[in-house]
Design a protein around this ligand. Structure first.
Ligand code: GLN
Length: 545
């Protein structure tokens, strides 16, 4: 469950965030930033996302199309915006925070099959909208504020039931208990030499057609708008001038909460929701963190070996975790993308790793690019370059070690090839299950760390909990043999059955983990493994100077 606060909450206030004009305006970052500002005011906050697609969850979607699949503690495969919510607001989100049209229909159709609608005609209104509303109030009286981000752009056919549900809910809750923030875009047209407000006017008009009058407009624009343009937007969109908040482009996403604080977004929200007695957000630690992101003392280059390197959203949480760890180490982390499919020889691996201070081998599914990852790992192992293998990255490190150190020729993962030496395999109780989703290990599991390891040194705590999303595991049949050749198993499940972390002792920093630490990295403070890894890369960089 999401962390609810101990004080009793008698009234929960709702904030709906919609988007207009075009997509990718940053609704997720806006929701996360506002969440942070309200939390800093002493309010308890959770953020939910309602996505209009018919997939039940993004677990089966191609990372090219949808970006990373973000995993929650309770094992839900969700939209990557939930990652921003956790990184900014630091309140864990659960399965209930991520809702899709697919889930809504799935539920309603199941209920219809069970005869629960008593012979009625099942319709979008009220049955689908009622189910949406039921989910929107999941956290009622559990948090002071529930921020609800509505995915998609106003005007899309598929987002209409969500808008209708939000309209009804706001009416039921009352004007000061539920407000709408609409994020729009105010483009600067070079040939005319001016900012244009018409797209904003049109998207607000469209929202009004659905019966929704936005309370606050957040306008993305490249430069400060003159006062008369703000007044024009206010007048034509039927909001007061204070409620037109500018969202200027930021150097880093982490600066956005500071910009919104300056633009008084949280003040306006508090006023509209009639909330009194909250302290002003100070953002002290946050500001220090942003300063370090913007102007760090030193710099490192991390080679990132993966197969979706042209599409960086596919690895969103890892990239953010590197930024957080960079700030802790006071170093700018520049990522050099290395396409694993382009590495076919040791020489190509060597060239690809040139100018890097450390290497991450990415998580992934399927055999494409595997041999390139293994070749890269051989180089970093032999040359003492800091290495961090995440999920598939750890599995590749085990395969490399088995082949090249333990002499287990042809070692491989059963995911790619059934061979004699499947050092990575399904657990015996998983074999024979053909439904892939059924065998995936998802969500948070405990792990016990071994004394005297870099893993324990990083975490400073013997028992940790991390999130998983994988099917294959280290094969215990090879445990003794690999250990006797020098591989250290630094983390195992409490019953000792599952290998969760491996490392190499005589190497500056060579750590692999079966879980995904990136999902638990928060902006201020980062994650212990990423902090340790970037620290090792920085040390290498400084020694080379
Ligand atoms: N494909 C591997 C498995 O299923 C690794 C998954 C991952 O990297 N997330 O076990």
């Amino acid at each position: 469950m999401a962390r609810s606060v101990s004080k009793t909450i008698t009234k929960t206030k709702y904030i709906f965030i919609t988007g207009g004009v075009l997509s990718s305006l940053g609704k997720g970052i806006t929701s996360a930033s506002l969440g942070l500002l309200l939390k800093e005011r002493g309010l308890s906050v959770t953020i939910m996302k309602f996505d209009p697609y018919i997939n039940v969850d993004p677990g089966t979607m191609n990372p090219y199309q949808h970006g990373e699949v973000y995993v929650t503690d309770d094992g839900a495969e969700t939209d990557l915006d939930l990652g921003h919510y956790e990184r900014f607001v630091q309140a864990p989100v659960t399965r209930s925070n991520s809702v899709s049209t697919g889930q809504i229909y799935f539920e309603v159709i199941q209920r219809e099959r069970q005869g629960k609608y008593l012979g009625k005609t099942v319709q979008v209104v009220p049955h689908i909208t009622d189910e949406i509303k039921r989910r929107m109030v999941t956290y009622d009286k559990k948090f002071d504020i529930v921020l609800i981000e509505l995915g998609g752009t106003v005007g899309d056919i598929e987002s209409m039931p969500f808008l209708e549900a939000a309209r009804q809910l706001s009416l039921e809750k009352g004007r000061t208990n539920a407000i709408f923030i609409h994020l729009t875009y105010v483009p600067f047209i070079k040939s005319a030499g001016e900012f244009k407000t018409k797209p904003t006017q049109h998207s607000v008009r469209m929202l009004m057609e659905y019966g929704i009058q936005p309370d606050i407009l957040v306008c993305r624009c490249e430069e400060d708008l003159e006062k008369d343009i703000k007044s024009k937007i206010a007048l034509f969109c039927n909001v007061d001038e204070d409620s037109v908040v500018l969202a200027l482009d930021a150097e880093t996403i982490y600066e956005v909460p500071m910009l919104y604080a300056k633009a008084k977004l949280d003040d306006t929200v508090i006023k509209k929701l009639n909330i009194s007695r909250t302290q002003k957000p100070t953002l002290n630690d946050w500001t220090k963190f942003v300063q370090r992101v913007k102007k760090p003392k030193s710099a490192v280059t991390i080679g990132f070996v993966g197969k979706y390197v042209q599409h960086q959203d596919a690895y969103k949480s890892i990239l953010e975790a590197l930024t957080h760890a960079g700030a802790v180490n006071n170093a700018r982390v520049t990522v050099k993308y290395i396409d694993s499919e382009k590495i076919t020889t040791a020489e190509e691996a060597m060239n690809a790793l040139e100018d890097t201070d450390g290497i991450i081998v990415a998580p992934g599914f399927g055999s494409r690019g595997i041999e390139g990852k293994i070749l890269a790992i051989q180089q970093v192992r032999e040359r003492g370059i800091p290495f961090f293998g995440i999920c598939l990255g750890m599995q590749c490190a085990v395969i490399e070690f088995a082949r090249n150190v333990a002499g287990l020729a042809g070692s491989n993962s059963a995911e790619f090839k059934k061979v004699k030496n499947n050092v990575i395999d399904l657990m015996p109780d998983q074999r024979g299950i053909t439904n892939k989703g059924g065998t995936m290990r998802l969500g948070s599991y405990p792990c016990v760390l071994k004394e005297g390891t870099k893993s324990l040194e990083a975490y400073k705590s013997q028992i940790i909990r991390e999130r998983h999303r994988h099917r294959y595991e280290f094969n215990n049949d090879f445990r003794v043999e690999l250990e006797s050749n020098g591989l250290v198993i630094s983390g195992v499940s409490p019953d000792g059955r599952l290998v969760e972390m491996v490392e190499l002792p005589n190497h500056p920093w060579f750590v692999g983990c079966q879980f995904h630490p990136e999902f638990k990295s928060v902006a201020v403070g980062g994650h212990p493994l990423f902090v340790g890894f970037v620290g090792a890369a920085l040390q290498r960089h400084e020694m080379a100077q």
